[in-house]
Design a protein around this ligand. Sequence first.
Ligand code: NDP
Ligand code: OXD
Length: 323
Amino acid sequence: MTAAGAEKGRILLSVTGWSPDIWRDELQKAAPDRPVVLEPEGLADPSIHYAVVWKQRPGILKDLPNLRAIFSIGAGVDHIFQDPHVPDVPIVRVVSDDLTLRMTEYVVWQVLDHHRQGPAYRAQQARGLWREDRDQRAANEVTVGILGLGQLGLDAALKLKTLGFDVSGWSRRLKPADDGIRRFAGKEQLDTFLAEADILVCLLPLTPETKGILSMPLFRRLKPAGRFGAPVLIDAGRGGLQNEADILAALDEGSLSAVTLDVFQHEPLPAESALWTHPRVTITPHAAATSSPPHLVPPMIRQMANVEAGRPLTDLVDRVAQY
Ligand code: NDP
Ligand code: OXD
């Protein structure tokens, strides 16, 4: 038991591709009695009780004898499992209304943009062209299929349903609910789900099972025609879910009509990628739902207090499924 006012176990903050400063400041503000360090003092530093990570340096967590939990600063945890030496302690991911709302905004923005033919009107404007005869259908004539009906996918699905779209979702396990979202699950129901979607939104986690799922065999199982001539793909899950050469080929052969990508196989997207200049590709730089330290740090600190009080942790990652 820690005496009141005494220093508690240290937090190791190990982030790459992200400045640690804002996270360190927020952690210190929320828990002044929990020192934050960027490096352990030696590989087996006993003073570290928690790790807060984004793409942690491989091996950095492996020998910490008193590590009690690992906190991801993102909803996805594939970055943690890139390290082959993740110790067997609970892993907590981000589940936050703030993050969920940001992702829902992004999905609704992109679905509406394609639905209301934003790319075509921007191209018309660039050419000074007034063309009124583009077909504008009602939302209920369009099926939006969401791959990954979890924390983020379900909220986006419900908001799109409110706007009038026909919405379906695909997950690993079937969880029926009376909310107007048509549900599909598992490999056996994937084809039926794909055959109906005019807009396919991907909010799957990157796991050994989902890696590369957005590739030609899947694109060829999509609806052959539909609202936009061929389905639109929106991927805001992870770049490792997609095969970018196949996306370009699917656009060229007509299995896809347009694509929005927020995530890429290699980030930043290399300058030579043909995706940058393809007229039917919209690119955002992994900006769909940014983790906000003021929203995410206080719940992490509460979870640390729960560990110390013997209360259960929430938002735990399933280490076998890896999400
Ligand atoms: P959740 O874990 O809440 O949901 C994941 C969903 O995917 C669940 O419905 C799950 O099924 C389903 N799923 C997982 N594996 C499979 C599979 N093999 N077959 C079918 N369905 C599967 O995750 P979140 O919704 O919180 O986040 C999803 C992903 O979004 C994150 O992992 C991250 O990669 C990405 N993300 C991207 C951001 C960005 O800015 N671009 C920001 C935040 C997150 P079931 O319900 O049965 O478990
Ligand atoms: C996340 C992300 O997983 O930002 O939260 O990509």
